[in-house]
Design a protein around this ligand. Structure first.
Ligand SMILES: NC(=O)c1ccc[n+]([C@@H]2O[C@H](COP(=O)([O-])OP(=O)(O)OC[C@H]3O[C@@H](n4cnc5c(N)ncnc54)[C@H](OP(=O)(O)O)[C@@H]3O)[C@@H](O)[C@H]2O)c1
Length: 220
């Protein structure tokens, strides 16, 4: 098994890479801080992808951000700014479309393969009861639509490929630390093991779907 982890320097991405290696997989990890792989810069994505040799049976996009620069997630509409919302979309939505464009050609044409992207339950429109965090929520909702649309197209050339959105749980990482508050968290290792168990059970009939770390479907 060969796996590619985008965002291997992150809390969950690092735990996914470690867990896969422990299982005996060959893992290629890419990150902004170690490889100059910036999902908001298409030329960087194209350059990094061109330097890789496939096929990869598993690609996980573990990049993402809740706070970008000084732009904290909004508590109210009055805090919305155009640049902060654009930055959220550049990473958490457009960036995922670029990852799909440049990395899914490295998946095998025949046989089971998985492209899983760490979305977030707060990107679910149907599940939104609290409000707030409008840019992050909207960018993750757009990511979900991008994944669903890509899944339909990719199934035409790779009938056993599975493209999914995953919610990793509330995980104790740098991303959640300022915002988790008293909300219970799980470790990145526990999240990684659970996410890989979910990925293991997925079938090609489930491409284009959204799952949480416990293996339950999440509504769009
Ligand atoms: N933690 C949670 O509770 C939680 C809950 C729901 C969903 N998620 C989702 O899970 C994913 C991973 O989160 P995490 O908690 O592991 O966060 P994290 O520890 O902050 O890791 C984020 C990763 O994204 C990378 N990244 C950020 N901006 C990038 C860019 N412009 N180009 C390329 N890579 C970039 C970081 O690279 P650098 O090391 O270079 O900064 C790092 O590898 C995110 O999509 C997040 O939205 C997390």
């Amino acid at each position: 098994m060969r796996a590619l982890i985008l965002g291997a320097s992150g809390g969950i991405g690092g735990a996914l890479a470690d867990t896969l290696r422990t299982r005996g997989a060959e893992v290629v990890g890419l990150s902004r801080r170690h490889d100059g792989f910036d999902l908001t810069d298409e030329a960087s994505v194209a350059r990094v992808a061109a330097g890789l040799a496939g096929p990869f049976d598993l690609i996980v996009n573990a990049t993402g951000a809740l706070q970008i620069g000084a732009d904290r997630p909004e508590k109210t509409l009055a805090a919305v700014t155009a640049p902060a919302m654009a930055a959220q979309f550049a990473l958490n939505a457009t960036g995922v479309a670029l990852a799909l464009r440049y990395f899914t050609p490295l998946m095998p044409r025949a046989g089971r393969s998985v492209f899983a992207s760490l979305s977030a339950r707060v990107g679910s429109i149907g599940d939104n009861r609290l409000g707030g965090w409008i840019s992050y929520r909207a960018a993750k909702a757009a990511q979900n639509q991008i994944l669903r649309t890509a899944a339909i197209e990719i199934a035409r050339t790779r009938p056993e490929a599975i493209v999914v959105a995953l919610h990793p749980g509330t995980v104790a990482t740098g991303l959640s630390a300022p915002y988790a508050g008293r909300h219970p968290t799980i470790t990145p290792e526990r999240s990684a093991q659970a996410l890989l168990a979910v990925i293991d059970r997925l079938t090609p009939a489930e491409t284009g779907s959204f799952w949480d770390w416990k293996g339950s479907p999440v509504e769009w």
